[in-house]
Write a protein that binds this ligand. Structure first.
Ligand SMILES: *[C@@H]1O[C@H](CO)[C@@H](O)[C@H](O)[C@H]1NC(C)=O
Ligand SMILES: *[C@@H]1O[C@H](CO)[C@@H](O)[C@H](O)[C@H]1NC(C)=O
Ligand SMILES: *[C@H]1O[C@@H](CO)[C@H](O)[C@@H](O)[C@@H]1NC(C)=O
Length: 577
């Protein structure tokens, strides 16, 4: 079976040996700590629903990706991790390394409470490459036991010649580098960004809020050790607390090229993770480095309109990958089961497949696509060419196992004439619209798309679909939606419909969809990465070989599948699990 195979490159064998030889104490320790006593009730989530190729440690809780970077031939990923259980708490920075961002090797935690500034927690942060080529990490330390009092801490590698960057030190001479003084709320002051260099100064951002105004505070430094807060934030908006801000230039020499964070860009992206909604919003705009101010191109849409992902995706972070001259986005997706289920299954949280991101030629949004390395996991394929799906009909894609698969499909709509009228009340609420007009609600043009992780009797299915409306001027408006309301017979699951509009020219009638299916993950990319939706689902029957894949059309007009390929996906090396 392709899905059982492991991709073992020679370096991986080497590191596996290294890992067995001593770098994996943490995993063994935590296995002991979490070995479930027999009295713990079984989780409603089958062990077969643990993901196959999405980033995960062998067990326990994970959340935000931290300080991703490329250093001496290795990709480094740190992440918020509870070594003692499958719920949030005891947070340290777990550490994994990779040659390709797909096969991962777990090392010991790199950053953990060890100085007064971080003795009650090591929260999120970022890496910056200094001028001499060594990396530095800025992160948030918790220094009081009673409240989550937040300060910013600076760490350097103990041995910069070690490509695996296993040990980090936090010099007492200048830590903490920033404290919540001057009216900053000490419990709302966190997640420093990668710093950028301009006109003799480094600058970095820290997320905060004043009353209900979320903001990215600016700090400046000449030597990276002494930091001073600037008078004005880089930007702010009436959104509540900004967690995990991210700020970077886009638009390299070639369209899809990324830029180093210190390079000057024609355009900039400012992202914030809104604590109130728990989603990641971004805007595109310009940056005035003299004033250290950011101006979104579309102030009306400030932090309500554009999201990296319209599903389950939060606390994301990008980094510039000099090896492939691209900017890569990593994000966290939590579970949709209950806390007791997480405790019983022993793990909670995954990361999305790393995505390359770049500016759409329109300049109005980003495009995202799974990094090309994920295609190395593709195994046995099956293809369907030119197949008509009449109104109310569906067909099954057979010949491969689809519980761990990569599916690419292009649909062709025969006519847009029957498109339903768009109700402007839903202009800013695709998710609500999808809640009202889900996969089973018949429409004009659509809903059509895929039923994934579906049982043979179709009692269980997760729909990834498009539906085309017509606005008041007769212009098509495309909705992309993931409808998991029938994804499982288990009642005690969170099954929100997730949706976003797709700003694509559908006049040709064509629209593409790619879905990365991974047992309990459905991560979809609409229209070449214009709109992305990640969902967590936990079927009770559509598990393993009992999971099926269908193409469906619940609209009134014919939809043609002009091409479809589904590949079984192999399991990469995943942190020793
Ligand atoms: C630093 O790392 C290099 C490369 O792994 C190693 O050869 C060297 O012994 C290390 N130095 C110390 C002091 O540990
Ligand atoms: C600081 O933020 C906390 C929320 O974490 C809030 O409860 C508190 O009222 C805020 N303090 C001030 C002075 O605004
Ligand atoms: C993930 O879990 C769901 C269900 O419990 C919550 O509604 C979300 O807010 C949560 N997402 C994040 C980012 O914490």
């Amino acid at each position: 079976m392709g899905t059982r195979q492991r991709v073992l490159a020679p370096w991986a064998v080497l590191l596996l040996a290294l890992q067995v030889a001593g770098a994996s104490h943490v995993i063994h320790r935590s296995l002991e700590a979490e070995a479930a006593p027999p009295s713990v009730p079984a989780s409603i989530v089958s062990p077969l629903l643990r993901t196959g190729y999405h980033f995960q440690p062998p067990m326990n809780w994970i959340n935000d990706p931290n300080a991703p970077m490329y250093y001496k031939g290795w990709y480094h990923l740190f992440y918020q991790y509870n070594p003692k259980g499958a719920v949030w708490g005891n947070i340290v920075w777990a550490h994994s390394v990779s040659r390709d961002l797909i096969n991962w090797i777990a090392l010991d935690p790199a950053i953990y409470p060890s100085i007064p500034s971080d003795q009650y927690g090591c929260w999120s942060g970022s890496a910056t490459m200094l001028k001499d080529g060594t990396p530095a990490i800025l992160y948030t330390g918790i220094n009081r036991p009673d409240i989550n009092y937040q300060v910013q801490v600076l760490a350097f590698p103990k041995n910069a010649s070690d490509p695996l960057l296993r040990e980090w030190e936090k010099p007492a001479a200048y830590n903490p580098v920033a404290t919540p003084v001057g009216g900053i709320n000490a419990t709302q002051f966190r997640d420093p960004t990668t710093a950028w260099y301009a006109d003799g100064h480094w600058r970095m951002l820290v997320g905060s809020v004043r009353d209900t105004r979320g903001m990215a505070l600016v700090y400046r430094s000449r030597d990276f050790r002494t930091w001073r807060k600037a008078k004005h934030p880089l930007h702010s908006a009436l959104t509540g607390m900004w967690e995990c801000p991210d700020f970077f230039p886009v638009s390299g020499p070639a369209l899809e090229d990324g830029l180093d964070t210190s390079d000057a860009g024609a355009k900039y992206v400012l992202k914030s993770s809104l604590d109130l909604t728990r989603y990641d919003y971004y805007t595109i705009g310009s940056y005035d480095k003299r004033k250290d101010r950011y101006y979104p191109d579309n102030p009306n849409g400030d932090y309500h309109r554009l999201r990296y992902d319209y599903g389950n995706f939060y606390a994301s972070k990008t980094f510039y990958d000099p090896a492939k001259r691209r900017r890569v986005l990593l994000g966290w997706a939590n579970e949709s089961d209950s806390v007791p289920d997480d405790k019983a299954k022993g793990w909670a949280g995954i990361h999305a497949i790393p995505r390359k991101i770049w500016l759409d030629p329109s300049g109005k949004q980003l495009l995202q696509w799974p990094i090309e390395e994920v295609e190395k996991l593709r195994g046995k394929p099956v293809s369907v060419g030119s197949k008509l799906v009449k109104p109310g009909e569906h067909f099954e894609v057979t010949g491969v196992a689809t519980y761990q698969a990569d599916v690419e499909v292009t649909f062709e709509i025969s006519s847009l004439e029957k498109a339903e009228a768009f109700d402007p009340a839903y202009d800013n609420d695709a998710q609500k619209l999808c809640g009202v007009k889900g996969a089973d609600v018949k429409g004009g043009v659509g809903p059509f798309g895929l039923w994934v992780l579906a049982s043979a009797d179709l009692q269980e299915k997760t729909a990834v679909l498009f539906r085309v409306f017509k606005d008041g001027y007769g212009k098509p408006k495309v909705l992309m939606c993931t409808d998991p309301t029938k994804s499982s017979l288990s009642p005690d699951l969170y099954k929100p419909t997730f949706a976003g509009f797709v700003d694509t020219d559908i006049s040709s009638g064509k629209i593409a969809l790619r879905s990365l299916i991974d047992r309990s993950v459905v991560e979809s990319f609409g229209a070449g990465g214009k709109t992305c939706i990640l969902s967590r689902v936990y079927p009770s029957i559509a598990i393993g070989k009992d999971a099926h894949l269908y193409v469906f059309n619940n609209g009134e007009v014919d939809v043609k599948v002009s091409s479809l390929t589904a590949w079984e996906m192999k399991k990469p090396l995943m942190n020793g699990a």
